[in-house]
Design a protein around this ligand. Sequence first.
Ligand code: SF4
Length: 426
Amino acid sequence: MHIYMKTLGCRLNEAELESWSREFQEHGHQLTQVLEQADLVVVNSCAVTAEAVRKSRKAMHRAHNHNPEAKLVVSGCYASLDPATTAQEMGVDLVISNQDKDRLVEIVSAELKLKSMPQLATEPGVNSLLARGRQRAFVKVQDGCRYNCTFCVVTLARGDERSRPIAEVVEEINQLHAEGIQETVLTGVHIGGYGSDLGSTLTELIQQVLEQTNIPRLRLGAVEPWDLPPQFWSLYENPRFMPHLHLPLQSGSDNILRRMARRCKKGEFAHLVADARAKIPNFNITTDVIVGFPGEGEPEWQESLEFIRETGFGHLHIFAFSPRTGTLAAEMPQRVDRETMRKRSQELHELGQQMKRDTLQQNLGQTYPVLIEGKEQNGEVWAGYTPNFLRVAVPCVAGDTLDNQIVEVTLESINNDGTTLMGRII
Ligand code: SF4
């Protein structure tokens, strides 16, 4: 069969799509990037915001309108939160909840009577990611979350915490490395809770991956700021563990953090960041911030803005508050009007741009190993990321092929829009 896969939302959804891709190929099926060619379409949906739900439904409708003959399978958070409505959507043949996601290929094969032809399996060593021009592999290590931040629908959609055994994660990373992948990202819903059901920890997982694999570059997906033990920072002494961390702050106001039921207050967050920066050179911290959470009056907003400015971040992911059905925050009074939310998002966006430019400035003159991810700007430059996750571009030289290569780059200037470091290969 020809299979078309579409994912929306988080890195965990991407990681799941990548493992389904490999599994379908092992059964002799072919992946296609052309919707109209597909016999089967799989959509991995998202429900983190109202906009994500709109896009998920649009992807389902587009699949059916462009290829009504194909079988349509939908999984992910939108489908899990409302399986009955999803099953009623035009053209949907099968809905697979998040709880059954790891068995998606098995269930689809059984329910839709797919023939398995392992003899036609894609040659070993051909990595579907690299074939699709991707160099960074997301590896699922954990699912679910024990906490209930009042704005979060993910914890409702993904259920209780469950971790993949370390041996399974190590095996997958060794397989990916054997197929040419040089960088993997450990991802999950609440990876700080890794091992809570196995008597293990995230620290042990990282240590074992660094010991039992030769993957050149290991990254972490987002980690909640209340999960990191003091000795965690010593892991970064290993140069294969990339010195960047995405630590969701969500708000810089303690009153709002309390309303969000976040387990980390401003002071603790500031201490954590200062500790990391004191121990790890050129450590890059990026974050998520929700703007316009119910009860965010002008004083709370100014407090939040000031805390974010003082802390300094390499990048800000900014989300306008989106009430999600079933969450406590959706029922909270003191909503912030759309115009105020728009103004605050704009203000934070401008601050984010300045902080990114400051971070790039601080790294000028450094020389880093950069994983080249492909050409940009009409083939004029090669682009990739430093270990501390800063975007870099180097000029292309006729005839050079640097795709998926790790090259030493000296950072010399910042591009006009302040998003990318311009460098020279040494
Ligand atoms: S810790 Fe993260 S995944 Fe868990 S409820 Fe809070 S925001 Fe959601």
